[in-house]
Design a protein around this ligand. Structure first.
Ligand SMILES: [Zn+2]
Length: 464
């Protein structure tokens, strides 16, 4: 939908400067500082598809470097790994569930207990084969990707369970399927416009309605009851589906949520304090909302944030006048600082980064931490689940890095060319490269954590 009028809207924080009452000829005037007023973004957008995780220029650059052999070895290695993924077999056959059931450990739902692995597998397969279609031109990948999506549209009626966990599936599998559809859209549409239209409708009814409901109501709890990841995967999904369906209101909803939402995906709630690096680099580092919970979730929060920022930034390239789309830059690169805090605490010292008995780059007592009061005196009906975090969580999941560090490193070092501020993200990316993604091997396993982020960042983003 090129050529639409762009309405430039800006983030304006209105505030008065005086803080007292004054009298004049008209009587007493209250000049007390008002609450900061957020002016919502109400932009109309241009969609130069594909424009979610990656755009055509990204695919052209990577394909050319693979074709002419100039790609860095790590990119070639990750390309080989993607072709060897169990999710990119050209003969891949989907296994469709009538209902995706996530949660419901007791089996109260009529469809039985928790049952969603097939949706994770097939969404990842559709996405990974879409990448390979773009990078190889091999139509067998395109056929297989569309076959998976069509099968789900035909057979899956919804997502449910008797608890909130279904919202994680609505988010994580929502943005994976939506990005697959976005990459495949030209092929999909040319092959059968009705099928592509049905796919978009399926994304809206099965996923987007849940995403919006979650971000709006949070299951009837207080606004901050759900950890940041719950908001983030739903923001990713709603944003990606907004691009897929060219729905300006959906995109604006997520932009406004990121800058002014009620839950923990709101940048000022996602990030809970900014400090100076205790290791003396001079960098700023920023505590994640889940830093005191456990490192697995804190690293998920960082990885999903990276995916969200990457989509928003790619979309900003077709909408340069909407400066708010650069989530990476928001609040003075706050997302980069959050990455630094998390990487610093999860990296090992020395050359052998995987040596479990090696020392850590930093110790818990050195990590600065703002006390975090979780659901203390909150509006939740259940009053018995509050927690107070007073230090960074030093749990067993520490050090188990997820893919996503290439997004941080590439953006701040290569796109923005900042020169500094991403020291630990670089170390994490260097350690993991090629970072790959879920492929059925031991590296990330096949539990839900492997599917929370799209992965394959070395292939698509790394450059020397
Ligand atoms: Zn609460």
């Amino acid at each position: 939908m090129k050529g639409k009028t762009m309405i430039l809207s800006s983030l304006v924080l209105l505030s008065a400067v005086q803080t007292s009452c004054q009298e004049n000829e008209f009587g007493t005037i209250d000049l007390t500082m008002p609450e900061e007023v957020y002016v919502p973004v109400e932009a109309e957008y241009t969609y130069n598809h594909p424009c979610a995780m990656f755009n055509q220029a990204d695919f052209d650059r990577v394909k050319k470097s693979l074709d002419d052999g100039t790609a860095p070895q790590a990119v070639k290695d990750e390309f080989a790994a993607l072709k060897n993924s169990r999710y990119t077999l050209k003969s891949y056959q989907p296994t469709v569930l009538e209902y995706i059931v996530r949660g419901d450990g007791t089996g109260i739902t009529a469809d039985g207990k928790e049952h969603y692995q097939e949706a994770m597998n097939d969404a990842a397969a559709a996405y990974q084969m879409a990448l390979l279609w773009k990078l190889t031109g091999d139509e067998a990948y395109a056929e297989a990707s569309v076959r998976v999506m069509n099968a789900w549209v035909a057979g899956c009626k919804g997502i449910k369970s008797n608890d909130a966990n279904q919202m994680l599936a609505a988010g994580a599998q929502g943005y994976t399927f939506a990005n697959a559809g976005e990459i495949m859209r030209d092929y999909y549409q040319n092959k059968n416009p009705q099928d592509f239209a049905k796919f978009k409708e399926w994304m809206l009814t099965v996923f987007a309605t849940k995403n919006k409901d979650f971000m709006t109501r949070h299951q009837g709890t207080c606004d901050e009851h759900y950890w940041s990841n719950w908001d983030l995967v739903n923001m990713c999904s709603y944003f990606a589906i907004g691009i897929l369906t060219e729905d300006d209101e959906m995109v604006n909803f997520v932009v406004n949520y990121f800058y002014n939402g009620v839950g923990n995906g709101y940048i000022k709630k996602l990030i809970r304090g900014t400090f100076t690096d205790p290791m003396g680099s001079g960098e700023s580092i920023a505590q994640n909302q889940e830093s005191g919970r456990d490192q697995g979730h804190a690293m998920m929060s960082v990885a999903v944030t990276a995916n969200l920022c990457q989509m928003a930034y790619t979309f900003s390239l077709c909408n340069p006048s909407v400066s708010q789309l650069d989530f990476f830059a928001a609040d003075d690169n706050a997302v980069m600082k959050m990455g630094e805090y998390t990487a610093l605490f999860n990296l090992r010292d020395g050359a052998d980064q995987d040596n479990k008995i090696g020392s850590w780059l930093t110790t818990p007592d050195k990590m600065p931490f703002n006390e975090f009061r979780y659901c203390v005196d909150c509006a939740c009906k259940d009053k018995n689940h509050s927690a107070i975090h007073t230090a960074v969580a030093n749990d067993e999941g520490r050090g188990e890095l997820r893919p996503g560090w290439e997004i941080f490193y590439n953006h701040y070092a290569k796109v923005k060319k900042l020169g500094s501020g991403y020291k630990y993200a670089k170390q994490a990316a260097d350690k993991m490269r090629p970072e790959c993604g879920v492929d059925g091997s031991d590296r990330y396993g096949t539990n839900s954590g492997a599917f929370d982020q799209l992965g394959w960042g070395t292939l698509m983003l790394y450059r020397e």
